[in-house]
Design a binder for this molecule. Structure first.
Ligand SMILES: Nc1ncnc2c1ncn2[C@@H]1O[C@H](COP(=O)(O)OP(=O)(O)OP(=O)(O)O)[C@@H](O)[C@H]1O
Ligand SMILES: [Mg+2]
Length: 270
């Protein structure tokens, strides 16, 4: 653990057909640490995870993992690399017709040829890690939202990933369930030595556990640092984002002409 960079984005440009999302994004994700990537809705956080996990390709620039350029990997190399990655998506969809146990066993059955006995041990270990070994025989419809998220988490770590990517892991959870997920993220990071990346707009919660944070806006990094450094930042953009204030450099209003002019001019479309 420490200073080594595991994932590096270099001058990444990416856009969907209609508009640019990233125009020169550069960032480092240190190995073995928890990095929070924050930014308002629509800044491209989910897109960023898709680029880093090889689900999308950068239009320009490079995404490197272990010093290898994702863009130059063959399909099978990319597939192998993706097995080192665990993803927890916001909707972490479990298979509704499979039990909790079978949901967690699923990646093992898909990707390995392990015996049933070994699968049994691994599944119970991962369920134990998220505190739900007792729920193994339940079906997803019998779980609360927080429990379902933990089952999805158990499933995403069952292949022992080296990297974990969390997309909005706290959305829709009550404060207790949030605390449990946050503690699990830290626990997995420490006990398994995983590199963790959390993408979120739950700034306050996530900065409690992150080692590093990046704040994105309009396709670029506007701030980076340790949580304490970000908290002390005087940058108006960072302040507005961290304090959640409606007034600041981030526009609240859609661009419009002068208000008085609109009010007093006749014939404005209504
Ligand atoms: N498949 C797609 N096709 C076209 N545009 C897309 C697609 N996915 C996302 N976008 C656009 O790209 C931008 C970034 O989207 P993205 O989902 O990465 O944002 P985000 O930061 O994850 O937002 P949120 O916090 O709301 O989840 C948005 O403006 C969105 O409308
Ligand atoms: Mg998103």
């Amino acid at each position: 653990m420490g200073d080594a960079t595991l994932i590096r984005l270099e001058d990444v440009h990416f856009g969907y057909r209609s508009h640019a999302v990233f125009s020169g994004l550069t960032m480092d994700i240190p190995e073995g640490e928890i990095t929070a990537i924050m930014g308002p809705s629509g800044t491209g956080k989910t897109t960023l995870l898709e680029l880093v996990t090889g689900q999308r390709k950068a239009d320009r620039g490079r995404v490197r993992i272990h010093d290898r350029d994702l863009g130059s990997l063959s399909r099978s190399e990319l597939y192998r690399l993706r097995r080192e990655m665990g993803l927890l998506f916001q909707d972490g969809a479990l298979f509704s017709d499979l039990s909790v146990y079978e949901n967690v066993a699923f990646p093992l059955r898909e990707h390995t040829r392990l015996s049933n006995t070994l699968i049994h041990h691994l599944v119970l270990m991962k369920l134990e890690a998220v505190g739900l070994r007792g729920a193994a025989s339940l079906h997803p419809s019998e779980l609360s939202g927080g429990m379902a998220r933990r089952v999805a988490l158990a499933r995403s770590i069952v292949l022992d990933p080296l990297m974990m990517f969390y997309d909005e892991p706290l959305v829709g959870l009550d404060p207790i369930a949030m605390g449990i997920i946050l503690r699990l993220i830290v626990h997995l990071n420490q006990t398994l030595g995983i590199t963790s990346v959390i993408v979120t707009h739950d700034v306050k919660e996530v900065l409690k556990i992150a080692d590093h944070g990046y704040i994105l806006s309009e396709g670029r990094v506007v701030a980076r640092g340790r949580p304490s450094e970000l908290a002390q930042s005087r940058d108006p953009w960072v302040r507005q984002f961290l304090d959640g204030s409606p007034d600041g450099p981030v526009p609240f209003n859609y661009p419009a002409r002068d208000f008085a002019q609109d009010l007093f001019s006749a014939g404005v479309a209504t």
